[in-house]
Design a protein around this ligand. Structure first.
Ligand code: GLA
Length: 386
C-alpha cells in the first residue's frame, strides 16, 4: 500500500502539497535471535513492507505541530521545550528524536509533521523504531545534517533508552535502517558486522500472526531480563575475566562454567542467550544451503527456549505456537520481538497457507476468546525518501 500522505498533510495543515517531503520507514520481523542483541549476539531480522509514512514541511515560526492518521490528538510544541510528557503519548517518539537534533544543530524554522502508520502498535513489529527512524531520517535529509544511517540508528536507540525508558538493544533500529526487499539482515550486535542474506523461500512464505494481546507490562519485564543478563555476565567474568559479552560464551564454555552462577533464574536466562546465539548462526547456514526444514526446526527450538528458559512468552503466544506448529505445511514458527504478547512468525507452504490461517484462527478464537490477525508478510526496504 502506498499512502498518499502528501495530499492528506496538505489538507490538514492548509499548505501546498509540494511544501512537504515524504519518507517511509518499515517495521521489522525478527526471524531468529531473540534477546541476544543487548548481549552482543547475533540477530536475523527483516524489514516489512508495512511501516510508518511521514510528510514533513517547514513553518514560518518556531512551532512544531505533530498529527497522525491513527491518533486524534494534535501535539503542538515549541522547539525549545521538548521534554518527555506522558500526555503526548505517541508523539514522544518523534519529540525525543527532534530533541536529539536540536541539542546539536541550529533549527531556523518550526515544522509540521504528519504520520501515517500501518503496523499495529505494541505487537512486537517495531512500530517505535519505525516512527523514530522515519523522523530521524527525514530531519537529516531536510536539513542536510549528513548523519550516517548507522549514527541515525544509534540516535534512535538513545531516544528509546534514555527518553522513553526502554533499555532496548540495536536490532530494531538496524533492521529498519538497513533492511532490503526479500532479504534478511544477519547482524553481529557486538562488532556491527552485517550481511544481507536473500530470503529465498521457494514454495514457502512468511505468515505473521498477531495474538492481539497487548504487551502490557512488557517494558518493565524487558528491563528486568536485561539486568538478569548483566548479573549473569558479572558472575561469569569472575571465572573468565576476559569475557566482554554473554554472546562470547560458547556452548562448551557454558557447560564448563555454568556452576559459577548462583541464581537458577539467571542461569536459565544465560542458557537461552548462549543457545539462541548458536541457533542464529545455524539458521543462516541453513538458509544459505536451502535447508528450510532445518531453519524451521531452529525456530521451534527458539520459541521453546523463550518459553521455558527466558520466560517471555505467555498463554496467548504459546497457544498460537502450539496450534501453528502442528498444522500441515508449517515448517517452523516462533514468537518474534520482545515477547509477552505480540506476534508469531511462521514459515508456511503456499498451498497450505489459506487452510493454516483458517484453522489457526478458529482454534485460537476458541482457546483464547478473541480473534488473532494473520497475514502473509512481504519483506521490503529499509528507511527511505519517497
Ligand atoms: C525488542 C528490542 C530489541 C530486542 C528484542 C528482543 O524488540 O527493541 O532490541 O532486544 O526486543 O530480541
Amino acid at each position: 500500500m502506498t499512502v498518499n500522505v502528501k495530499e492528506q498533510a496538505a489538507a490538514l495543515f492548509s499548505q501546498e502539497a509540494n511544501a512537504f517531503l515524504t519518507y517511509f520507514a518499515p517495521g521489522r520481523v525478527n526471524l531468529i535471535g531473540e534477546h541476544t542483541d543487548y548481549n552482543g549476539g547475533y540477530v536475523f531480522p527483516a524489514a516489512l513492507t508495512k511501516g510508518t509514512y511521514l510528510a514533513i514541511s517547514k513553518r514560518n515560526d518556531q512551532q512544531v505541530v505533530m498529527k497522525s492518521a491513527q491518533f486524534d490528538q494534535t501535539v503542538s510544541l515549541d522547539l525549545q521545550s521538548l521534554d518527555y510528557d506522558d500526555a503526548h503519548d505517541w508523539a514522544n517518539y518523534p519529540k525525543g528524536i527532534l530533541r536529539e537534533f536540536v541539542t546539536n544543530h541550529a533549527f531556523d524554522t518550526g515544522l509540521n509533521f504528519y504520520f501515517h502508520g500501518n503496523i499495529p502498535n505494541g505487537a512486537g513489529l517495531s512500530s517505535s523504531a519505525s516512527i523514530c527512524l522515519v523522523t530521524a531520517y527525514a530531519l537529516n535529509d531536510l536539513f542536510h545534517f549528513k548523519v550516517s544511517k548507522t549514527d541515525l540508528a544509534f540516535l534512535c536507540q538513545r531516544v528509546e533508552n534514555n527518553y522513553i525508558g526502554v533499555n532496548s538493544g540495536i536490532m530494531d533500529q538496524f533492521a529498519v535502517a538497513f533492511g532490503k526487499e526479500d532479504h534478511a539482515l544477519f547482524l553481529n550486535c557486538e562488532t556491527l558486522e552485517k550481511e544481507l542474506i536473500p530470503l529465498t523461500l521457494g514454495a514457502y512464505q512468511l505468515v505473521i500472526s498477531n495474538t492481539n494481546k497487548r504487551r502490557g507490562l512488557a517494558d518493565s519485564k524487558y528491563n528486568e531480563r536485561r539486568s538478569e543478563c548483566d548479573k549473569g555476565l558479572k558472575e561469569l567474568q569472575q571465572e573468565i575475566p576476559t569475557l566482554q559479552n554473554l554472546s562470547d560464551v560458547t556452548i562448551d564454555l557454558w557447560k564448563k562454567n555454568r556452576s559459577a552462577l548462583t541464581d537458577p533464574t539467571v542461569a536459565k536466562r544465560v542458557e537461552h542467550v548462549v543457545q539462541e546465539n548458536a541457533r542464529v548462526v545455524a539458521a543462516v547456514q541453513a538458509l544459505k544451503t536451502n535447508d528450510l526444514e532445518h531453519f524451521g526446526k531452529l525456530m521451534i527450538e527458539s520459541h521453546e527456549s523463550l518459553r521455558d528458559l527466558y520466560e517471555v512468552t505467555g498463554n496467548e503466544l504459546d497457544t498460537m505456537f502450539d496450534l501453528q506448529k502442528k498444522e500441515a505445511g508449517c515448517l517452523g514458527t516462533r514468537m518474534t520481538g520482545a515477547g509477552f504478547g505480540g506476534c508469531t512468525v511462521s514459515i508456511v507452504h503456499k498451498d497450505h497457507t489459506d487452510q493454516f490461517i483458517d484453522n489457526v484462527t478458529k482454534a485460537y478464537e476458541k482457546a483464547i476468546g478473541w480473534s488473532p490477525e494473520m497475514y502473509v508478510s512481504n519483506i521490503g526496504d529499509g528507511v527511505k525518501s519517497l
